[in-house]
Design a protein around this ligand. Structure first.
Ligand SMILES: Nc1ncnc2c1ncn2[C@@H]1O[C@H](COP(=O)(O)OP(=O)(O)OP(=O)(O)O)[C@@H](O)[C@H]1O
Ligand SMILES: [Mg+2]
Length: 364
């Protein structure tokens, strides 16, 4: 045996390159106020190359303000923005490795599609042959070649949106910033454009930051979701994190339907009346135990559940893919339960239950 390799019991040291790679974008204490109005409270956020980040929140919560600070269109009141190791906080938009697609398309109406897409490269002084070649590539990528010589007003909303995307992507930004790009489109077209954006992201790589107030859109596209409310970041995580393990009451209800039961936490143990209790670290006081309607089991299916209550069916609504029941519990609270099928009727006494792993705890 070779004396040098004498540690067969030790696993090989594997160092993932990722674990040492600094984040592509790093925001530190970034904030914006308009006079006494705080549009974005100081926030810290990091994300890596190749990430598809969604900034999700209701109207007025500060999404556009945050995105425009990233792109250099709004000057932060406080904090720093570092992209690719360079502090760009005071850099103008054209000096940043970012490009932004604004709410609305912002195409030049008097320029042809070809001229719109090539605009940034022409301004940057690229030779005509290179501009022509890259414009042709981009139009092919967004499948708009036949429209090259038309004017924007001759195009549909979805077609204009694709051109706005092409015009930003042609600059090969390290970070592409998209502000509610599909908000004006109808549902079918929006879904088609989401599919297109997913394809573009996987084909060309790069890092996308996508603003939306549509939780389904955020969950279906993003590798990481930043949930905002009233100028604050409430949670950062994957779609599963924010849906299955929401950290706040706001996140619980913004990303889906949630049932809540009032409970008391004392010495790291949460209890609901005398019904059940479980360990959960945190401050003493009143808390809410949350559970999603599709995790609630009814009738005989509730028998094996960790937590059970009895109640009465108030309402049964057939929703096609599922049946939604409203159940009044014996303690007076109402619960929603969604099942793939079911024959219970209003007035039926029913047992409901759920597994401990399907619940979460938030404060009010
Ligand atoms: N220039 C400004 N002066 C004063 N207040 C502003 C200014 N721009 C934005 N605000 C306020 O800051 C808050 C955040 O605005 P922002 O545009 O970032 O919201 P948003 O999340 O993008 O909303 P929406 O989903 O409606 O686009 C809003 O209450 C808005 O009224
Ligand atoms: Mg906005």
């Amino acid at each position: 045996m070779n004396a040098i390799t004498t540690h067969p019991a030790l696993p090989p040291v594997s160092v993932s390159a990722d674990s040492f790679r600094p984040p592509l974008v790093s925001l530190r204490g970034l904030a914006k106020n308009y006079g006494i109005y705080q549009a974005v409270y100081p926030l810290d956020l990091e994300f890596g190359e190749g990430e598809f980040l969604a900034i999700l929140g209701p109207s007025g919560c500060g999404k556009t303000t945050l995105l425009k600070m990233l792109g250099g269109f709004i000057e932060p009141s406080e904090g720093r923005i570092v992209i690719g190791g360079t502090d760009v906080t005071r850099h103008p938009p054209e000096k940043r490795p970012t490009n932004m697609v604004f709410q609305g398309y912002g195409l030049f109406p008097h320029m042809t599609i070809r001229q719109n897409v090539g605009y940034g490269l022409r301004i940057a002084g690229k030779p005509k042959a290179e501009v022509d070649a890259r414009v042709a590539d981009m139009l092919a990528l967004v499948q708009m070649e036949p429209f090259a010589d038309k004017l924007p007003p001759e195009l549909s909303g979805g077609q204009q949106q694709r051109i706005a995307l092409a015009r930003a992507l042609i600059m090969r930004p390290k970070v592409l910033l998209l502000d509610e790009p599909f908000a004006a489109l109808d549902l079918k077209l929006r879904q088609a454009m989401q599919e297109e954006l997913r394809r573009l992201h996987s084909e060309i790589g790069g890092t996308f930051v996508f603003v939306t107030h549509d939780q389904a859109e955020a969950m279906s596209l993003a590798t990481k979701i930043v949930v905002m409310s009233r100028g604050r970041v409430e949670q950062v995580g994957t779609a599963e994190d924010v849906y299955l393990r929401p950290k706040t009451h706001f996140v619980s209800t913004f990303v889906g339907e949630a049932n809540f039961l009032k409970a008391e936490r004392k010495l790291a143990r949460v209890s609901i009346e005398s019904a059940f209790s479980f360990d959960d670290p945190g401050a003493d006081g009143t808390v809410l135990v949350g559970v999603r309607p599709e995790k609630v089991r009814l009738g005989p299916a509730a028998a094996g559940c960790d937590h059970r209550f009895t109640g009465t069916v108030l309402q049964r609504v057939f929703l096609g893919a599922q049946v939604q029941y409203t159940v009044r519990l014996t303690n007076g609270e109402t619960f929603l339960a969604c099942r793939p099928s079911g024959e219970l009727s209003p007035g039926d006494a029913v047992e409901i239950g759920w597994m401990a792993g399907d619940q979460w705890v938030v404060t009010q």
